[in-house]
Design a protein around this ligand. Sequence first.
Ligand SMILES: NC(=O)C1=CN([C@@H]2O[C@H](COP(=O)(O)OP(=O)(O)OC[C@H]3O[C@@H](n4cnc5c(N)ncnc54)[C@H](OP(=O)(O)O)[C@@H]3O)[C@@H](O)[C@H]2O)C=CC1
Ligand SMILES: Nc1nc(=O)c2c([nH]1)NC[C@@H]1CN(c3ccc(C(=O)N[C@@H](CCC(=O)O)C(=O)O)cc3)C=[N+]21
Ligand SMILES: [Mg+2]
Length: 300
Amino acid sequence: MSADILDGKAFAATIRARVAGHVTRLKDSHGITPGLAVVLVGEDPASEVYVRNKGIATVETGMNSFEHKLPAETPEADLYALIDRLNADPAVHGILVQFPVPAHLSERDIVARIAPEKDVDGLSVINAGLLASGQNAMASCTPLGCLMLLRETLGDLTGKDAVVIGRSNLVGKPMAQLLLRDSCTVTIAHSRTKDLAETVRRADIVVAAVGRAQMVPGDWIKPGACVIDVGINRIPAPEKGEGKTRLVGDVDFASAREVAGHITPVPGGVGPLTIACLLANTVTACCRIHGLDEPEGLTA
Ligand SMILES: NC(=O)C1=CN([C@@H]2O[C@H](COP(=O)(O)OP(=O)(O)OC[C@H]3O[C@@H](n4cnc5c(N)ncnc54)[C@H](OP(=O)(O)O)[C@@H]3O)[C@@H](O)[C@H]2O)C=CC1
Ligand SMILES: Nc1nc(=O)c2c([nH]1)NC[C@@H]1CN(c3ccc(C(=O)N[C@@H](CCC(=O)O)C(=O)O)cc3)C=[N+]21
Ligand SMILES: [Mg+2]
């Protein structure tokens, strides 16, 4: 059996079309253009991919995009001054500071500096708390995109055994919360998990968010399971020529596709959904900031 390969790119396009519809309505009826600010400090390969693709998509959906690339040695005070300006800027409805940041900066303190209503990554303690207590949160873009794709693919998720590999505040934890809200039986695995292979073998749904290239082999996958690969890893690709690289996920796609029922590829899987949901969250933030009705079809 060979898995159904989930086309994240195509599904992302339908989400973006919904976003574009709401943007048009905001402009025509209220004279408001949603704006998204992205801050990148230093260099990170996964973040570079994100910034490139996000800028294009933001403008395509009719929103404003503000990019701030700062050098790796940027002092904390300068970064905070920028965040304060973005917090106060009425043209900015969403703020995203890309992680990881250089070691002299604190992710926790950066998140705390961002106005919670503009926190489109859903990282603030307010958003994390709202999500954990089952209230109307701004959910992190990647888990939101994964949940939308899972519902689209499997329908009702009630009672499914879900294993999330990774417990970051950005991906693993909010993913587990969203799956729990949809009544999955959720296990969160991480670097200290005793028998990862056995844990993953129980799962009807596997979400891999680790950041280790191709670490999940096909023989960990339960036949017919739905495999969502969040990882974005750059590895050498000598077959493409000297010094060339390619993107791979955290799942060994070649062996996993032989066992899984559904699987997301990298690239073309979760990445495009993250971007579509970032735009969706920006529109949601914009509506909330202006006291307008919640946009439909953009939240989980
Ligand atoms: N496609 C997309 O749209 C996105 C992709 N990404 C990518 O997803 C990946 C994960 O991102 P993020 O969550 O921020 O990463 P983090 O580095 O913040 O978290 C990684 C998690 O993986 C766990 N882990 C590390 N090694 C192992 C191991 N050997 N076995 C089991 N678990 C392990 C860590 O455990 P512990 O807590 O114990 O250290 C940690 O919880 C990265 O490749 C990132 O680039 C991220 C966001 C969006
Ligand atoms: N605060 C914060 N929030 C994030 O959500 C966040 C972050 N920091 N830091 C970096 C990671 C990584 N990430 C990606 C999103 C989309 C693609 C993406 O568009 N991927 C395409 C790439 C296609 C290509 O260009 O080759 C795909 O997978 O098809 C990649 C990576 C978000 N992240
Ligand atoms: Mg992280």
